[in-house]
Design a binder for this molecule. Structure first.
Ligand SMILES: CC(C)(COP(=O)(O)OP(=O)(O)OC[C@H]1O[C@@H](n2cnc3c(N)ncnc32)[C@H](O)[C@@H]1OP(=O)(O)O)[C@@H](O)C(=O)NCCC(=O)NCCS
Length: 139
């Protein structure tokens, strides 16, 4: 039985361990506990965890900055995939973000991540053709 709850600071190590084996880890800065603590200090309800008994089996960050709603770090442990965990996380994130005022949700999905693309299509998302994300690291 999968349940969803908000992450706490003391979940950080287990979340990082899950991300190490389950997340889309290409082309992004490395993680450490401080980034998780900083996220939860900024927005205590932003990191959603799927758990079964005491094991964290999935994560999703449902970020809301007052203007936009961003979904990221969707990751499900390989042993728990194709059981609806990601779908359940996205449903929970949508409830949170709509309650906060979101009118649209977005997710970054790597070109070539066919599994990720299949999941996002399954939950009703589609790629935007005319936009690309522009980035640079902070100085
Ligand atoms: C992508 C990911 C989050 C999916 O998690 P999940 O819990 O297995 O997804 P769900 O069980 O909710 O899948 C719902 C539907 O999405 C689609 N889907 C999910 N994974 C798929 C896969 N590997 N291949 C094809 N379709 C897939 C299917 O339509 C599926 O429905 P079905 O099982 O009835 O066919 C998981 O594979 C994962 O963590 N991958 C590595 C990290 C990653 O790529 N995250 C996404 C970043 S954008």
């Amino acid at each position: 039985m999968i349940s969803i709850r908000d992450a706490r600071s003391d979940d950080a190590e287990q979340v990082l361990a899950l991300w190490a084996v389950a997340a889309e880890n290409d082309d992004r800065p490395p993680d450490d506990p401080d980034v998780v603590h900083a996220l939860l200090a900024r927005d205590a309800g932003a990191l959603l965890l799927a758990h079964e008994r005491d094991e964290i089996v999935g994560t999703l960050v449902a970020g809301w900055d007052g203007w936009r709603a961003h979904l990221y770090r969707l990751a499900v442990h390989p042993a728990h995939r194709r059981r609806g965990v990601a779908t359940t996380l996205v449903d929970a994130a949508e409830r949170r973000l709509v309650a906060l005022g979101a009118r649209r949700l977005d997710a970054m999905v790597l070109e070539g991540n066919t599994h990720g693309q299949a999941l996002w299509r399954h939950v009703g998302f589609h790629p935007q053709d005319r936009w690309r994300r522009w980035v640079r690291p902070t100085i």
